[in-house]
Ligand binder design. Structure first.
Ligand code: SF4
Ligand code: SF4
Length: 303
């Protein structure tokens, strides 16, 4: 089987599922959420990221680049992103001694990932934890995901999948028996606004959720990132609660927005599309939202 593409693997996490977990971040996502705090997860390829504060000023990268895509400045060399387009060689990253030019993403086989995950099997057993496949969008690499899920099953490792739900239904159905927990993102319920904020409408996402709610409701926790100014109107929250209750789903995790991804966009040569004045969600507003959703009969927590 061909390797899949990861962009990170984090052991000893205590979020994104119960107990101690290893988080496996898969690269590539069919959505482009305006507020994404992991923009390095979006592209389905290994790409260049610049971390200018790590630059040592040696200028080795200028000579290594076959496209003359790095321009000398007084500080870190400035990438000409149009000329660069993250070439296949990523030669600049191999000569950079400071870690200022790094390749984001690594091709890896499913069995190798699970081998790495399984090193912490004792922690998983003792804490009720396991592995969480996140991204990016795990279901965008369905065969790779299924292979990793199956290998985890064979080793008795509990599994969670954090998904935006934008995937063919048959891929959801193929993975479902191998998944203990779905952390299922709902961004906004209105299809047109969903398309405006993420690049895709949510009809497929809601249809897949309907199938999961009918077949394995006990496995589903809804995740909802609250972005001030984008999806935090009272009508948005009412629509979310109505939608969940109509499907018989009760568990809701709220994720407050933090503008942590801002510097990453520049380092990838991209403009951020989110409204520039999007603010972190304050504690009082978050507490009020938790109270609202619990008052609607849901079981709401902060993720
Ligand atoms: S990724 Fe390739 S084209 Fe882009 S700066 Fe590095 S070596 Fe040059
Ligand atoms: S090779 Fe790395 S450390 Fe040297 S100038 Fe280029 S970015 Fe800076």
């Amino acid at each position: 089987m061909a390797p899949g593409l990861l962009f990170d693997l984090q052991p000893y996490a205590v979020h994104d599922g119960p107990g101690i977990r290893t988080l496996v971040f898969m690269k590539g996502c069919p959505l482009a959420c305006a507020w994404c705090c992991n923009p390095e997860s979006q592209a389905f390829k290994v790409e260049l990221r610049q971390v200018p504060e790590h630059c040592l000023g040696c200028h080795r990268c200028l000579a290594a680049c076959p496209s003359a895509a790095l321009v000398a400045t007084e500080g870190a060399p400035a990438p000409d992103w149009a000329a660069c387009a993250s070439c296949a060689s990523l030669a600049c990253t191999t000569v950079c001694p400071g870690g200022a030019l790094v390749a984001v993403g690594r091709p890896v086989h499913a069995e190798a990932v699970v081998e790495e995950v399984a090193r912490d099997a004792d922690f998983f057993r003792n804490s009720g934890g396991g592995v969480t496949f996140s991204g990016g969008e795990p279901l965008a690499q369905p065969a790779f995901l299924e292979a990793m899920l199956r290998a985890c099953r064979e080793r008795g490792i509990a599994t969670a999948v954090e998904t935006c739900g934008h995937a063919p239904l048959q891929d959801v159905q193929a993975c479902e028996p191998l998944v203990d927990l779905f952390l299922y993102d709902l961004k906004v319920m209105d299809p047109e606004r969903h398309a405006a904020l993420t690049g895709q409408d949510n009809r497929r996402i809601l249809a897949n959720l309907q199938w999961l709610a009918a077949h394995a409701p006990e496995k589903v926790v809804i995740r909802h990132a609250v972005i001030p100014g984008l999806n935090d109107d009272p009508a948005d929250h009412e629509a979310l609660a109505d939608g969940m209750l109509s499907l018989g789903l009760k568990r809701l995790d709220l994720e407050p927005y933090h503008p942590l991804g801002e510097p990453k966009y520049e380092g990838l040569g991209r403009c951020r599309s989110c409204t520039p004045d999007a603010q972190a969600l304050d504690e009082a507003r978050l507490a009020a939202l938790v109270a609202y959703f619990n008052g609607r009969g849901l079981s709401c927590e902060v993720a």
